[in-house]
Design a protein around this ligand. Structure first.
Ligand code: CMP
Length: 228
C-alpha cells in the first residue's frame, strides 16, 4: 500500500514537519494490518520497532497474578506504541492487542532514533505524550486504590472518554464502547459489577446508553465525581 503525505500529516508525531521532511519519513515506514484480537506485541519480547496506529484501536494489557487481563490503556488512530523498549533497550513492557481490524505504520528502532535527533519537534511531541501517559497512569493507580467499585468504574469511563470520546457542549459521547469485560479489566473489577454500576449510573441520569453508544450527560460534573 502506498503511504501518502496527507495520511502521515494526520499523525500527531509528524504534524509540525514540512512536506519534504514527511516525504523523507515516508521512505522509512512500512504498513501492516492486524485483525481484531490479534496480538501485536507480547510482554517480555525483544523490541526494536515503533508502531503508529493509522486506523483502528489497540489495548495495552498485562496479565496479573491470577491470570486475569488488566487493561492499562486503550490507544487509537494517530497514537504510537512500542517506544519504551526502543528508548530504554529493555523488553516489551506490556502486551498490545488489536481491538478491531487495525492498520499500523512500523518504523525500525535505528530509523526512529535518527528521526528524534534530526527533528527535535518529534522528540518534544514524544515527551509531551509520555508526560500525559504518566499523568494518566498516576490517576489510574489512585483510582485502583479506592475501594469503591462505583468510583473505579466511573474512573474507567472517564479514561475511555479521554481516549475515545467526542466532546460537544458538555456532553461526551463514546461511540464504540468496549465490552463490559474490557471495562472491568480497566477498573479491576468483575463484568457483573460493571453491568450493575452502568445501570446505577443510568438510573442516576449521569449516563445514557443505546447499544454500544454511551453518553456522559454532564462531563464536568462527572469529572468532579470520578476523577479521583
Ligand atoms: P514497549 O514497552 O516497547 O511495548 C509495549 C508498549 O505498550 C509500550 O512500549 C508502550 O508503548 C505501551 N504502554 C505500556 N504501558 C503503557 C501505559 N500505561 N499507557 C499507555 N501505553 C503504555
Amino acid at each position: 500500500m502506498t503511504i501518502d503525505i496527507s495520511m502521515l500529516r494526520r499523525i500527531p508525531l509528524f504534524e509540525e514537519l514540512e512536506d519534504n521532511e514527511i516525504a523523507n519519513i515516508r521512505e522509512l515506514i512500512q504498513t501492516r494490518i492486524y485483525r481484531k484480537n490479534n496480538v501485536i506485541l507480547l510482554e517480555e519480547d525483544f523490541g526494536d520497532t515503533l508502531f503508529i496506529i493509522n486506523t483502528g484501536s489497540v489495548k495495552i494489557t498485562r496479565i496479573n497474578e491470577d491470570g486475569k487481563e488488566v487493561i492499562l490503556s486503550i490507544l487509537r488512530d494517530g497514537e504510537f506504541f512500542g517506544e519504551m523498549s526502543i528508548l530504554d533497550g529493555e523488553s516489551r513492557s506490556a502486551n498490545v492487542i488489536a481491538m478491531e481490524d487495525s492498520e499500523v505504520l512500523i518504523l525500525k528502532r535505528s530509523d526512529f532514533l535518527d528521526l528524534l535527533e534530526r527533528y527535535p519537534k518529534i522528540a518534544i511531541h514524544l515527551l509531551e505524550e509520555l508526560a500525559q501517559r504518566l499523568r494518566r497512569s498516576d490517576r489510574h493507580i489512585e483510582s485502583l486504590s479506592l475501594s469503591d467499585a462505583e468510583h473505579r468504574v466511573g474512573n474507567a469511563l472517564l479514561r475511555l472518554a479521554e481516549d475515545l470520546g467526542v466532546h460537544k457542549k458538555g456532553v461526551v459521547t463514546i461511540d464504540d464502547l468496549p465490552l463490559q469485560q474490557d471495562i472491568a479489566n480497566m477498573a479491576g473489577t468483575s463484568r457483573e459489577t460493571v453491568s450493575r454500576m452502568l445501570k446505577m449510573l443510568e438510573n442516576k441520569k449521569l449516563i445514557e446508553r443505546e447499544g454500544r453508544i454511551l453518553k456522559i450527560v454532564n462531563y464536568v460534573e462527572f469529572v468532579r465525581g470520578f476523577s479521583k
